[in-house]
Design a protein around this ligand. Structure first.
Ligand SMILES: *[C@@H]1O[C@H](CO)[C@@H](O)[C@H](O)[C@H]1NC(C)=O
Ligand SMILES: *[C@@H]1O[C@H](CO)[C@@H](O)[C@H](O)[C@H]1NC(C)=O
Ligand SMILES: *[C@@H]1O[C@H](CO)[C@@H](O)[C@H](O)[C@H]1NC(C)=O
Ligand SMILES: *[C@@H]1O[C@H](CO)[C@@H](O)[C@H](O)[C@H]1NC(C)=O
Ligand SMILES: *[C@@H]1O[C@H](CO)[C@@H](O)[C@H](O)[C@H]1NC(C)=O
Ligand SMILES: *[C@@H]1O[C@H](CO)[C@@H](O)[C@H](O)[C@H]1NC(C)=O
Ligand SMILES: *[C@@H]1O[C@H](CO)[C@@H](O)[C@H](O)[C@H]1NC(C)=O
Ligand SMILES: *[C@@H]1O[C@H](CO)[C@@H](O)[C@H](O)[C@H]1NC(C)=O
Ligand SMILES: *[C@@H]1O[C@H](CO)[C@@H](O)[C@H](O)[C@H]1NC(C)=O
Ligand SMILES: *[C@@H]1O[C@H](CO)[C@@H](O)[C@H](O)[C@H]1NC(C)=O
Length: 653
């Protein structure tokens, strides 16, 4: 009890102690002076502080800080260019120091002497200080405990072993956005705990011999790397993530033979420029042999190393492939996601080397591949043998190509023909892809969607947008009725006579915007659509009994950009009554005579506007006439009656 009171008193005391100090966050342990326009460190700081944030101020000089318990100090975004000699002497417990965004390229001699006393530092951020190689070398003296070092946005041009020789326990080094073009051998090798190395946005041109088995994450994105080669040895490399995107690679990287590589980023390079896959592979191998002056003829180093790679994700988008590197990629037996958009494939044939003359056509498989992105490749044809290799495919993005889906009967023909004669007349047999769930065929200039085009797939979502003038034949969606949940058939310029939907009981999302539709297919009453987009069509009204049926599951509907008849809006009343969300109702117009109105405005005064026009209003007119007639009769009766009264009265008077 007394102890409890005592701690309460202590708390009160400490609150009181701090209340006169502005910028107070938490009593005792932590204090933030962030963004206070301070030009110097405040006096009388609590000696018990463990964390101090002085970032975003105008501090230029740092004098001795006597905070014996301080563990974290943030001085980022100030104008620091001078530490006095003993500035850090009394910070015996300091572990994390953030000095980013200051002017530490000045007064190197005294500043580095001041920093040298911080032998217990674990994390140091020196980003954005215009530091050169020499400056960094001085600032890193006596840092034996350092495990995190950040030097983003400085002006280092080279790295050498002497840089880190006094900080051998580094685990994470971030030196992105510098000007490094040279890394001396032995720079990182002695750092046995190094796991994360970020060298993105530098000027590195060649990685001739990657020799860091300890590193798990290596980022070399946005350099000028032309090739990445590892000398084959028996060591197990811990590498899991390798980013070589936005470089000038011509070849696939020759990775360590034994690695843990799961994510490989190779987008935005020039891989595949060398026409065929065999050329690309043999060029990569001869490069390897050249670098290591090997004369072991015929050994396929690239493939033998790739075969062992446990990769699950590879991004090869925005490269120069003109043929699909079937053999190489099929070696990746754990691969789940393959990004291959924005290359120049045009077609995917089954041009693979035969093992021997006696064997027939060799079948390869992508045993784990679930997601394949082939957007923007100018594809006109995909061999059924390739589709047959995708045994686990779930998501296939084929947007912006020129593929024609086969109908069900064409499937048989398509899978029989192996060597295409005329690519223009060939279609793609999606029906082979039994595991397929998500298919994007947007912008393929599809002419005709034949019956049962997706029969035997497990399609959950289908995007057919922007296939202008596509003719959707009756029964096109047959075979996927029970699985299809999301259907996009917008921007097709389709009229209602060309839209036929089967009963789709699983459908929950339908987008038929940007067409020329004037009727919602009544088969939709079969579905449980929750989100419906009918924007920018030719609807004048909506079938209200259908709308009524749909409201059972409908939560949101987009309706603007149509030619609605103001005086035939019972459907809207139903939607409002059922509280369906209509996010674009205020942009929805309706027409009456030759005028258009904002539909909501109109609804408020509908009696007025609709008088002369429609049947519905004729009824109204009739009713009004009857009322007027009734009133006249009443008036006449009243007049007559009152006259009678009057005469009677005058009689009396
Ligand atoms: C800091 O100075 C700027 C410019 O003089 C002013 O707008 C801002 O309010 C000041 N901030 C504080 C916390 O005093
Ligand atoms: C240092 O401070 C900056 C903000 O000024 C922040 O972006 C950065 O992440 C901090 N560094 C570390 C290592 O926390
Ligand atoms: C590599 O660095 C670049 C540039 O900073 C960044 O955009 C990218 O996300 C990083 N890659 C990975 C895999 O973290
Ligand atoms: C492989 O063998 C098949 C059948 O024998 C043959 O049709 C095909 O042309 C051969 N492919 C190559 C690239 O030699
Ligand atoms: C497919 O083959 C059948 C019989 O072989 C033929 O009647 C039909 O026209 C073919 N279909 C196409 C699209 O070539
Ligand atoms: C329907 O498709 C159009 C493109 O035609 C798009 O702008 C709109 O956002 C889609 N609607 C919904 C609800 O996602
Ligand atoms: C859509 O079809 C109509 C009628 O066939 C035609 O007049 C119009 O030009 C077409 N629009 C586009 C964008 O092709
Ligand atoms: C309106 O929809 C219902 C189904 O809900 C259908 O039976 C009826 O034929 C439709 N009416 C018109 C005019 O299309
Ligand atoms: C549609 O609504 C009915 C009745 O409210 C409900 O039983 C059913 O689960 C809903 N279906 C979907 C797909 O939301
Ligand atoms: C439409 O406008 C009205 C009145 O300005 C406003 O109350 C309502 O929230 C708007 N509705 C939507 C969906 O934006």
């Amino acid at each position: 009890m007394t102890r409890h009171m005592f701690t309460n008193l202590l708390l009160l005391w400490s609150l009181g102690h701090h209340l006169d100090v502005n910028g107070l966050t938490y009593a005792l342990k932590e204090q933030s002076w962030n963004n206070q326009n301070l030009s110097s460190v405040p006096q009388d700081l609590d000696v018990r502080l463990r964390r101090l944030d002085l970032s975003n101020n105008l501090i230029r000089q740092l004098h001795t800080l006597a905070l014996p318990y301080l563990e974290q100090l943030d001085l980022s975004s100030n104008q620091l260019d001078l530490f006095s000699e003993g500035a850090f002497e009394k910070l015996a417990q300091l572990e994390q120091l953030n000095l980013s965004r200051n002017g530490l390229n000045n007064n190197l001699g005294s500043n580095s002497r001041a920093l040298q006393v911080l032998g217990g530092l674990k994390s140091l951020d020196l980003s954005m200080n215009t530091l050169s190689y020499e400056a960094v070398r001085l600032y890193l003296k006596n840092k034996p405990s350092l495990d995190q070092l950040k030097m983003t946005g400085n002006v280092l041009t080279r790295l050498s072993h002497s840089l880190f020789k006094e900080s051998k326990r580094l685990q994470t080094i971030t030196i992105d956005d510098n000007l490094i073009s040279e890394i001396e051998q032995g720079t990182f090798e002695p750092l046995s705990q190094l796991q994360t190395l970020n060298l993105a946005k530098n000027n590195l041109a060649h990685i001739c011999d990657f020799k860091l088995p300890q590193v798990k994450y290596l980022n070399l994105s946005r350099n000028s790397v032309e090739f990445f080669v590892t000398h084959e040895d028996d060591q197990v490399y811990r590498l899991e993530i390798l980013d070589l995107s936005y470089n000038k690679l011509l070849y696939l990287p020759v990775v360590p033979k034994m690695n843990h590589l799961k994510y490989l980023y190779l987008q935005n390079n020039m891989i595949g420029s060398l026409n065929s896959e065999p050329t690309m592979v043999s060029e990569a191998n001869s490069l390897y042999n050249e670098i290591f002056s090997k004369k072991i003829a015929r050994k396929n180093t690239l493939h033998s190393n790739w075969r062992l790679m446990p990769l699950v994700y590879i991004d090869l988008s925005f490269n120069h492939f003109r043929s699909f590197p079937l053999e190489t990629l099929s070696l990746l037996s754990s691969l789940e996601t393959l990004k291959f958009s924005d290359n120049c494939l045009q077609n995917i044939l089954w041009n693979i080397r035969n093992y021997s003359d006696t064997e027939g056509l060799r079948q390869l498989y992508f045993h784990s591949l679930k997601n394949l992105d082939l957007q923007s490749n100018g594809l006109v044809y995909i061999s059924p043998l390739f589709l047959g290799a995708l045994t686990q495919i779930e998501t296939l993005n084929l947007q912006e190509n020129s593929l024609q889906p086969c109908g069900y009967t064409d499937h048989l023909n398509a899978s029989l023909s192996t060597q295409p004669v005329n690519l223009n007349t060939l279609c793609v047999a999606f029906g082979q892809l039994k595991t397929l769930k998500h298919l994007n065929l947007k912008e393929n200039n599809i002419k005709r969607l034949a019956p049962q085009a997706f029969q035997r797939t497990s399609l959950v979502s289908l995007n057919l947008a922007k296939n202008v003038h596509m003719e959707m034949q009756k029964g096109a969606l047959e075979g996927v009725q029970t699985t299809l949940q999301s259907l996009i058939i917008c921007e097709i310029n389709m009229s209602s006579s060309h839209l036929s939907l089967p009963c789709l009981p699983a459908l929950t999302q339908l987008n038929i915007s940007n067409n020329r539709l004037d009727m919602i297919p009544s088969t939709l009453s079969c579905s449980h659509v929750g989100e419906l987009d009918i924007r920018n069509n030719d609807f004048m009204t909506l079938n209200y009994s259908l709308i009524h049926a749909l409201t059972m599951n409908l939560t949101v509907m987009y309706i603007s950009g149509n030619q609605f008849n103001c005086c035939d809006s019972r459907w809207l009343t139903i939607l409002n009554e059922m509280k369906i969300k209509l996010p674009d109702i205020n942009e929805t117009k309706c027409f009456s005579g030759d005028r258009n109105f904002v539909m909501t405005e109109y609804m408020k005064n509908s009696v007025l506007y609709c008088l002369p026009n429609t049947k519905a209003q004729e009824v109204h007119f009739g009713q009004i006439s009857i009322i007027i007639l009734f009133l006249i009769v009443l008036l006449v009766v009243l007049i007559i009656f009152s006259r009678k009264l009057c005469t009677q009265r005058s009689f009396i008077v």
